[in-house]
Design a protein around this ligand. Structure first.
Ligand SMILES: Cc1cc2nc3c(=O)[nH]c(=O)nc-3n(C[C@H](O)[C@H](O)[C@H](O)COP(=O)(O)OP(=O)(O)OC[C@H]3O[C@@H](n4cnc5c(N)ncnc54)[C@H](O)[C@@H]3O)c2cc1C
Ligand code: FES
Ligand code: FES
Length: 495
């Protein structure tokens, strides 16, 4: 780290600047709130990011405005708060007056036992402050997909949410916004952060070069993106992580788009990546909408989703089908490889000690190329895929001229279906018999496992069916027929 290294965290909470040294690198925000601050309004339900009882909001300054992110305090690490303002349910009411979201929940009977209510209120508070906030049932359901309520029933909660978010965005946070922005700008001092000592620390380098140098010196450290996987290692696997290097402040949180490709920095959150990917194809937006919950997407990063090497992660098969590549850096050395070559085997990626993911490059679709992707999971929202299929199909004169077909959930890694791809090239788009034959080659490409999510036979069957569904849509069948949630009609007309 440099001469500009800060030895403490700094963030805002309840109108004050909190400066912290000497905390365990793996302390969660929830433990800090409940055990140290004795602020027990924020609840612990599942301790794994699923139920939303622990939802808090982190406000950050971006380009002179405040962004209110809902996050799961149970898995977010304390160090991730640096430079932000932590807002909890205790902070909403002022001078004995409920916040508009709380008032709507109370008058609309949106709470019974009340255990979920602080989390729901905080998710709605973030939505209350979001740009272009919506009040329709579908969008409010998306906002609340990561909040579980077992007794009230969602109708009254959604009605209360619509009512609160239809009103003006006036509260004491809005009236104090200029002061908060100025205070947060002062906190973001551009210093490298290292709290602890060389044997046990939480670090948040402030540049890519500082990150590269620190990780090269400590290849045994755990890189931290959004903590939506790593947080669970702490709360569920009870692992001890002595050295943590957070990539969130290292300048990897930018995306750049040109006519040919989108380059997404590893620390870009899933929430920020969603509209950029959706501009490539609406199926990408739909899969991002169903990726975890708003809380998971606020913290989880594109780099973490690829670096974790999960065989059931949603992004990798999408990017592989699109012909994506990954940029890696170790010290001064930068290399790029096709994403499919990054995954070597179960839990094993082509990444040397001290090497980190710096960006993903995702090509746009060439003319006369169609894309489709389908996520199959037990629940529609807030669930991990059992199979995800992604298909990039090139066409000329009614025939398939190129095919990139990738699946998650079918093997130990996200993987292309080479035999299917070979059989598809030359198939006539308007003769289903030709591409049905290709779909049967899936059994040559994969020998999936049976587990709690799906049996091997189900996986093979559904992988085949979603390929047929993709080709049927590309051949002109309306997605109103092929989909439960139809989000492609306008685009189909243009294709
Ligand atoms: C409730 C819940 C729902 C979820 N739903 C989904 C879902 O629908 N689809 C899905 O695919 N996943 C899902 N996940 C899993 C998780 O959200 C994703 O895998 C996520 O993208 C991980 O990103 P992260 O930034 O939080 O990674 P982290 O937890 O920070 O890190 C994950 C791994 O990647 C490494 N890492 C992170 N960044 C880098 C980097 N730049 N370079 C090198 N290594 C790095 C870490 O060391 C760690 O090994 C869910 C998780 C939860 C808790
Ligand atoms: S306690 Fe369930 S999401 Fe945090
Ligand atoms: S009010 Fe009881 S869990 Fe929601």
């Amino acid at each position: 780290m440099t001469a500009m290294t800060r030895d403490h965290l700094q963030f805002r909470h309840r109108g004050r600047v909190i400066r912290l040294t000497g905390f365990s690198p793996q302390t969660t925000v929830l433990d800090w709130l409940r055990l140290e601050q004795r602020l027990t309004g924020t609840k612990e339900g599942c301790a794994e990011g699923d139920c939303g009882a622990c939802t808090v909001v982190i406000a950050r300054e971006h380009g002179g405005r405040l962004d209110y992110q809902p996050v799961n305090a149970c898995i977010a690490l304390l160090g991730q708060l640096d430079g932000g303002e932590l807002i909890t349910v205790e902070d909403l009411a002022q001078a004995g007056e409920l916040h508009p979201v709380q008032a709507a929940m109370a008058s609309g009977h949106g709470s019974q036992c009340g255990f979920c209510t602080p989390g729901i209120v905080m998710s709605l508070f973030a939505h209350f402050h979001s740009d272009g906030r919506a009040t329709d049932r579908g969008e409010i359901s998306d906002v609340l997909a990561g909040n579980l309520c077992r007794c009230t029933g969602y109708r009254s909660i959604i009605d209360a949410a619509s009512m609160a978010c239809a009103g003006p965005r006036t509260d004491h946070f809005a009236s104090n916004e200029a002061g908060t922005i100025a205070a947060l700008q002062l906190l973001n001092d551009g210093a490298d952060v290292l709290v602890g000592d060389p044997s046990r620390f939480f670090a948040a380098p402030a540049s890519e070069a500082a990150l590269a140098s620190l990780y090269q010196d400590h290849p045994d450290a755990r890189i931290l993106g959004g903590a939506t996987d790593v947080g669970l290692w702490i709360t569920k696997k009870l692992l001890t992580l002595d050295k943590i290097i957070h990539v969130g402040r290292a300048g990897l949180d930018h995306a750049v788009a040109d006519d040919n490709a989108l380059r997404i920095g590893a620390a870009v959150t899933l929430a920020d990546a969603a509209p950029l990917l959706g501009a490539i194809d609406p199926d990408l937006a739909e899969i991002l909408r169903r990726f975890g919950s708003a809380q998971v997407r606020s913290l989880g990063t594109v780099g973490g989703s690829i670096a974790n090497g999960s065989p059931i992660g949603d992004l990798a098969p999408l990017f592989i089908a699109l012909g994506g590549s990954v940029e890696l850096r170790r010290g001064e050395h930068i290399r790029t490889l096709p994403l499919e070559d990054f995954f070597l085997g179960y839990g094993k990626q082509d990444r040397a000690p001290g090497e980190f993911v710096r960006a993903l490059v995702v090509p746009r679709l060439a003319p006369a190329t169609c894309f489709r992707a389908f996520k199959i999971s037990k629940r529609f929202d807030e669930d991990i895929s059992c199979v995800l299929g992604a298909f990039r199909i090139g066409l000329a004169d009614g025939r398939i001229t190129s095919a990139r077909v990738a699946y998650g959930g079918m093997a130990a890694t996200p993987k292309r279906a080479a035999a299917v791809e070979r059989a598809l090239v030359g198939a006539a788009l308007h003769d289903p018999a030709t591409w049905r034959h290709a779909s049967e080659q899936i059994a040559l490409d994969f020998t999936p496992l049976s587990d709690l999510r799906a049996s091997a036979n189900y996986r093979l069957g559904v992988a085949r069916n979603i390929l047929i569904k993709a080709l049927a849509e590309i051949a002109g069948v309306s997605s109103g027929i092929t989909r439960v949630a139809d989000r492609r009609e306008n685009l189909d007309a243009a294709e």
